[in-house]
Design a protein around this ligand. Structure first.
Ligand SMILES: [Zn+2]
Ligand SMILES: [Zn+2]
Length: 260
């Protein structure tokens, strides 16, 4: 028997709420950062919440870097004036610092995957303008071997939740990592650039048609030097993407270079 769409939506909503309550019963909700008890799954305690630094305008049109005041024309940071990134427009929800690092590292190592829905909601706010015009969300891929070890790709999880929120389709397979690069942790900026070359990423020939002519938003968890995102952007552009924007959960913002 066919079920009318509104009735089906109500039923799905009831099931989702029941599942959430069941999850709360099995897994008491804990702060995404410090694991103190909180009211609901996917929340932070008041203290950890105060430690987060959300990025908001005025920001650099090109890369989302905080600008000291509004009204700059064009609204570009010093770095983008000197050498703009290969992507059209980049946004980050948070500053990657001591307030957000622990929460994100836990998420990266598969302990707190339920955090993805919360993180995606913050990213959707920061990247509202990008998502409104996007045609495809593409997570930065991890190599198959690393996927086997870690069990999931945190960028893909964020892309999946962003797709659910925004209605923009996502694709975890149009961009692949061809060979395992050494872990980026502890490397200098120059070493990272050398480590991540455009050769590390590829769009499989049989999937190029899904990239060609599309407005794409690249999704990742943390932007440090931007070397990985630059390599991915170039590969997608070479495959014919109409444009590539970047949306990340958190970005390293060095206080000394905020001022233009
Ligand atoms: Zn906490
Ligand atoms: Zn900039």
């Amino acid at each position: 028997m066919a079920v009318a769409a509104p009735a089906l939506a109500r039923l799905m909503g009831t099931l989702a709420r029941t599942a959430e309550r069941a999850l709360d019963w099995i897994l008491p909700p804990l702060c995404l950062s410090c694991r103190a008890p909180v009211g609901r799954q996917g929340e932070l305690c008041a203290e950890c919440w105060r430690g987060l630094r959300f990025l908001h305008p005025p920001w650099c049109d090109r890369c989302g870097w905080p600008l000291p005041h509004e009204g700059l024309e064009p609204a570009l940071c010093a770095a983008c004036r000197a050498q703009p990134p290969p992507w059209r427009c980049g946004r980050a929800a948070l500053v990657y610092d001591e307030g957000s690092r622990g929460m994100i590292v836990r998420f990266k190592h598969a302990e707190r995957t339920e955090a993805a829905a919360t993180f995606a909601s913050w990213m959707a706010s920061a990247g509202e303008a990008l998502l409104a015009e996007a045609e495809l969300l593409v997570p930065v891929p991890v190599h198959r071997l690393r996927l086997l070890v870690r069990g999931y790709n945190q960028a893909a999880l964020l892309a999946k939740h962003l797709a659910r929120r925004s209605g923009v389709p996502w694709s975890p397979d149009v961009l692949v990592r061809r060979r395992a690069t050494a872990s980026q942790q502890g490397l200098s900026a120059a070493a990272r650039r050398a480590n991540v070359t455009a050769r590390a990423f590829a769009v499989p020939a049989r999937l190029r048609h899904r990239v060609a002519g599309r407005r794409i938003v690249l999704i990742d968890d943390v932007q440090t030097t931007g070397a990985t995102l630059s390599a991915c952007t170039r590969v997608l552009a070479d495959a014919g993407a109409a444009r590539v924007d970047v949306l990340v959960l958190a970005r390293v913002v060095k206080p000394a270079t905020i001022h233009i």
